[in-house]
Design a protein around this ligand. Structure first.
Ligand code: FSO
Ligand code: SF4
Length: 559
């Protein structure tokens, strides 16, 4: 049982910073002096204030929608972007956060004037324009604000909703970047934000809101799937080089497929190789991205290894989204950011009004560096098992299950991180019986995706469904299998072993719960923002369980 954050057990809780939105939060309770992620109290305060501005925009926009007004489509995109900006390991640049807060204030003012109503103080307050005053103002909108009046369970459920909305915003942002929008999802997002200001809601109301966020997020993930596959084709099973190739290069990290496409176009015939990093690995499966011969491979492991792997790297690096870490001085000059991600001292590539980006500074940096001086021995891994590719084998899979050749499916997916307890996921994957298939997604797979799992019933035993952004693929595969076997997802020989780190994982969890998926095993630790009573609700209704050890959990699952 986790222990909820109290003044007694969290050191420095009464001080100005408090954040417990991610899995690596200090002491498993909350970051109070400096984020383990590198977020300082100033950035933490600005992000709290920005979230509060988003709630205010949500409030006025929702009231206007209720009065029959058609919402300007810039509003939905704006709130997606500001909420995504506050996700873990995304934006550490205080000047930009100040700018976003001021823009949000302008938008809030215009919506309030149009509505002609003041609304609650938590929406109508006017944020100061200058950094130090904004930091002071943010104290009133601390993540635990209202705890004494509301109690820990309501605050826990409110923050669960906020973190779910940050993940929702990330998916909505990615789809919008490719021109895919859904007005209903954007209106629902604004309404969910507005609801977080309501201090009269009960525990049951909040449970409903959280499941509602999960349910709507399924549509947002479907939209993102349509955006990615509609723009770049359906991923195909593809072997990816993981060895270094002689020559100058750019490493591209994050999750943004459009940035990769633009970079590949702009580096054509320039004598520059492009490597994916981290969550960009599944990009090698998309026909419209894999066709570029200078997309030569995948470099390194998951996000938390970047400081070591980028140390003195003889090429340029482009971070398109999370998870960025504070760079060491040995590569700070060659690290570039784009989209909502920003880091002090690193050049940010701005998009124009159409979302096009000029990556010339990244290209020039790559050309000025020596690159890799020799080829490494060839080594490859496999990716590209999105729902289309996996379900093209649905008939064989169903037959193999009926004949007893495939006993079970394990979705071992989610985020990676630095904690030692994460070895569990490698142990688990290695202990899965030889007649079971492992589906994986997100960056947690770097723990085991270079190992050889062989084949079962003519299929690779390890099928990579893609990024965390492709969780929709795994849900679609599970849904199709349930249909083929004429049963519910919970009746399939399928178990979900999920690792979480940041807030995209939170919204994926809410989506799985909204689909009534039970018996999920979650690790490496349970979220600090879940109060004991809220956790009990999840256990009682969905039988969520923390991971224990790989052998014991496997035995329990397989009986
Ligand atoms: Fe990983 Fe980071 Fe994709 Fe997350 S790179 S941890 S769920 O932000 O985004 O899987
Ligand atoms: Fe701490 Fe995570 Fe918040 Fe960073 S995002 S301050 S590591 S809880």
């Amino acid at each position: 049982m986790i222990e909820w954050t109290t003044k007694e057990n969290v050191k420095g809780l009464s001080q100005e910073m408090f954040c417990f939105q991610c899995e690596q939060t200090a002491g498993g309770k909350g970051c109070t002096k400096m984020g383990v992620c590198g977020k300082d109290p100033k950035v933490a305060a600005l992000q709290d204030l920005l979230v509060q501005q988003a709630k205010g925009i949500g409030y006025y926009a929702t009231r206007l929608i209720e009065k029959g007004k058609e919402m300007d489509e810039t509003v939905g995109r704006f709130v997606y972007d500001i909420m995504f900006t506050t996700l873990t390991n995304v934006n550490f640049e205080d000047d930009t956060l100040v700018e976003w807060i001021n823009k949000a204030q302008n938008l809030k003012d215009s919506l309030r004037e149009e509505l002609g109503e003041e609304g609650p103080q938590s929406a109508s307050f006017v944020a100061p324009q200058e950094l130090s005053q904004q930091v002071a103002c943010a104290r009133s909108y601390h993540v635990l604000a209202g705890r004494d009046a509301l109690g820990e369970d309501l605050v826990s459920l409110r923050e669960l909703a906020i973190y779910g909305l940050k993940g929702y915003a990330a998916y909505g942002h990615h789809a919008a970047v490719l021109g895919y929008r859904d007005a209903d999802c954007e209106k629902a997002f604004l309404k969910f934000l507005a609801q977080t200001l309501n201090e009269t809601l009960t525990v049951n109301d909040w449970v409903g809101i959280n499941l509602g966020i999960g349910e709507k997020n399924l549509r947002v993930m479907e939209l993102l799937d349509a955006a990615n596959t509609g723009s770049y084709g359906n991923p195909e099973p593809t072997k990816v080089n993981i060895h270094k190739v002689k020559g100058r290069f750019i490493v591209i990290s994050g999750h943004d497929l459009r940035d990769l496409k633009m970079l590949l176009e702009q580096t054509k015939d320039k004598g520059i190789n492009v490597y994916t990093h981290g969550e960009m690995l599944p990009c090698h499966g998309y026909p419209e991205l894999k066709k570029y011969p200078h997309l030569v491979g995948n470099y390194g492991g998951a996000w938390q290894d970047q400081q070591k792997e980028f140390d003195g790297l003889p090429g340029a690096i482009l971070m398109t989204t999370n998870c960025i870490q504070k760079p060491r001085s040995s590569y700070e000059d060659r690290l570039f950011t784009s989209g909502v991600v920003q880091m002090p001292h690193c050049l940010h590539i701005q998009a124009d009004a159409q979302g096009n980006k000029d990556f010339t500074p990244v290209i020039e940096k790559a050309l000025s560096l020596p690159g890799f001086l020799e080829d490494e021995p060839k080594k490859e891994i496999l990716t590209g098992f999105g729902h289309k590719a996996t379900l093209s084998h649905a008939g064989e899979i169903v037959e193999a299950v009926k004949e007893g050749k495939i006993r079970h499916f394990f979705l071992i997916g989610g985020c990676d991180g630095a904690k030692s307890g994460r070895n569990y996921f490698t142990d688990f994957a290695l202990s899965v019986p030889k007649d079971a298939i492992i589906l994986t997604l997100a960056c947690g797979k770097y723990r085991f995706n270079k190992l050889d799992f062989g084949t079962v019933a003519g299929l690779p035993r390890l099928l990579d469904c893609g990024q965390c952004n492709d969780a929709f693929s795994a849900i679609k595969v599970a849904g199709a299998l349930a249909e083929a076997f004429d049963c519910g997802i919970n009746d399939l020989p399928l178990s979900m072993i999920l690792s979480w780190y940041e807030q995209k994982a939170v919204v994926i969890l809410l989506t799985l719960l909204s689909l009534n998926i039970k018996n999920i095993k979650l690790g490496p630790s349970l979220p600090a923002f879940l109060s004991p009573n809220v956790l009990n609700v999840l256990v009682e209704n969905f039988n969520i369980a923390p991971i224990t050890n790989a052998q014991a959990d496997l035995q329990e699952i397989l009986g």
